[in-house]
Design a protein around this ligand. Structure first.
Ligand SMILES: Cc1cc2nc3c(=O)[nH]c(=O)nc-3n(C[C@H](O)[C@H](O)[C@H](O)COP(=O)(O)OP(=O)(O)OC[C@H]3O[C@@H](n4cnc5c(N)ncnc54)[C@H](O)[C@@H]3O)c2cc1C
Length: 432
């Protein structure tokens, strides 16, 4: 085993996302030895991934080195490791760098893109869950325009300039809006030889309305904003095929495109080995109200991965950062209670509301007792995102970027660092 020797209970946290981060921070002065394992050495601020993909922000602005966050925390250790399997009987996890023992294990692995078993769609469309994926998408968008310049066949040229965003949740809406702004303010100027009447942006949503979990008022306004920006919004439509050339939706309708962005769903990022754990809808792990995984006594799950039914949330909590943050904080307190043989407290989610931005001066905010849209909503969205972004430097750089973008309409980060090659793509191919 690779762990350091210590007299304190060993807590392994798999995942340095929103939940894992808060849990480890909150355990700072506690008598436990923490080992965090993550396949990346940084925390990703996923809500702004779409801005990296569309050239508004550099990837560094939304990533923060995990070691730096915990520099002054004595009971914290970190390893970059891919966790492959859990052995709950012997209480250790198997990783690509060795095995690590635990007394308490916390699964905070979040979620991954759900292609609903559609292999061709998975192969040809672009997910956006990680920074490497967002950078791949940025490369694809820019490469499509470089290729369009050289394409003689008008149909193929159109396909290179057509983007289809599948899934009209907050990610899809924000991405479609950002693409429209990229078109209207940047690409038109960068590629004067191309006819931008050919450039089309589609947003396809399976349910009755975009931003389905939001209020009807927010959905209506978001759709209106998108349409005014030139996005073609198609609701009640299911994408069933994409072969790299043609998207088919509702089984008969088709769009020729070389750029499909898949934001239609996520599923829990499961790790093998927890055979007793009930896996429920969306690949999430069922826990009790203390985040303890059903069937186990010392294995917990928090955030996107966890499925917890409460009277207020009978079908589980939404997969949003606030749930992960609050569960991480609560579990820290509960772990200490459990170690001290006290009774843990049930988790009670405080829903602070939802928001999504569609573009410059255009956002929708749903708070518990107040719903508003437009400029004030957009300012609120920016303020909240800056507040939660990790690291003072990242906050400052992002704010400066947004101010410059606001006045210039420009998007500074549009270099093709690595040519995106779909055939050889792995999650980290961009960094190789
Ligand atoms: C594009 C996008 C936009 C979003 N926008 C918003 C928003 O505006 N507002 C909002 O509230 N929420 C938003 N979300 C959702 C929010 O980001 C998630 O709910 C939140 O990140 C969940 O936190 P978590 O701690 O459960 O997991 P994550 O933050 O996803 O962290 C999981 C961590 O586990 C690591 N990991 C996973 N598997 C392994 C393994 N096997 N071995 C080692 N490490 C592993 C990953 O590298 C990652 O660091 C968005 C998500 C995406 C993808």
């Amino acid at each position: 085993m690779e762990n350091q020797k210590t007299q304190f209970p060993k807590v392994i946290i798999i995942g340095g996302g929103f939940g894992g981060l808060q849990l480890a921070k909150k355990l700072k002065n506690s008598a436990v030895e923490i080992l965090m394992l993550d396949r990346h050495n940084y925390h990703t601020f996923q809500p702004l991934l779409y801005q990296v993909a569309t050239g508004s922000l550099d990837s560094d602005s939304i990533a923060f080195p995990l070691r730096k966050i915990f520099q002054n925390q004595k009971n914290f250790n970190f390893r970059v490791a891919e966790v492959k399997r859990i052995n709950p009987d012997e209480q250790y996890v198997m990783t690509d760098i060795g095995n690590f023992e635990y007394d308490y294990l916390v699964l905070a692995t979040g979620s991954e893109t759900n292609f609903f078993g559609q292999k061709a769609i998975e192969h040809f469309s672009m997910p956006m869950k990680t920074i490497p994926e967002a950078l791949n998408l940025r490369s694809l968008i820019l490469q499509n325009f470089e290729d369009a310049l050289n394409e003689k066949n008008p149909e193929k040229k159109k396909a290179l300039m057509t983007f289809v965003v599948v899934g009209g949740g907050p990610t899809g809406v924000e991405t479609a809006g950002a693409l429209a702004e990229l078109k209207n303010h940047v690409l038109i100027r960068d590629y004067p030889e191309l006819d931008f009447h050919f450039m089309k942006i589609y947003l396809i949503e399976g349910t009755e309305r975009v931003l389905e979990p939001f209020s009807k008022q927010a959905s209506k306004k978001a759709k209106e904003f998108l349409q005014n920006m030139g996005v073609i919004v198609i609701e009640k439509a299911l994408v069933t095929q994409y072969d790299g050339e043609k998207v088919i939706y509702n089984n008969t309708e088709s769009i020729f495109t070389k750029g499909v962005i898949w934001s239609a769903g996520v599923k829990g990022a499961l790790i093998e080995g927890l055979d007793k754990a009930p896996i429920v809808r969306g690949g999430r792990i069922k826990t009790n109200n203390y985040n303890l995984v059903e069937g186990y006594e010392n294995v917990f799950a928090i955030g996107d991965l966890a499925y917890m039914e409460t009277p207020d949330w009978p079908h589980g909590h939404p997969g949003v950062a606030q749930v992960a943050i609050q569960q991480g904080q609560q579990l820290a307190n509960n772990l200490i209670r459990i170690i001290n043989q006290e009774v843990p407290k049930a988790f009670d989610y405080f829903d602070k509301g939802s928001m999504a931005t569609i573009g410059r001066n255009k956002a929708v905010v749903d708070l518990r007792f107040l719903k508003f849209q437009g400029f004030i909503a957009w300012l609120t969205w920016m303020f909240i995102h800056l507040l939660f972004l990790v690291g003072f430097k990242n906050k400052l750089i992002t704010l400066i970027n947004w101010i410059v973008t606001y006045f210039s309409h420009d998007r500074g980060s549009r270099v093709i660092l690595h040519k995106f090659n779909r055939q050889t793509m792995t999650e980290d191919s961009i960094a190789k």
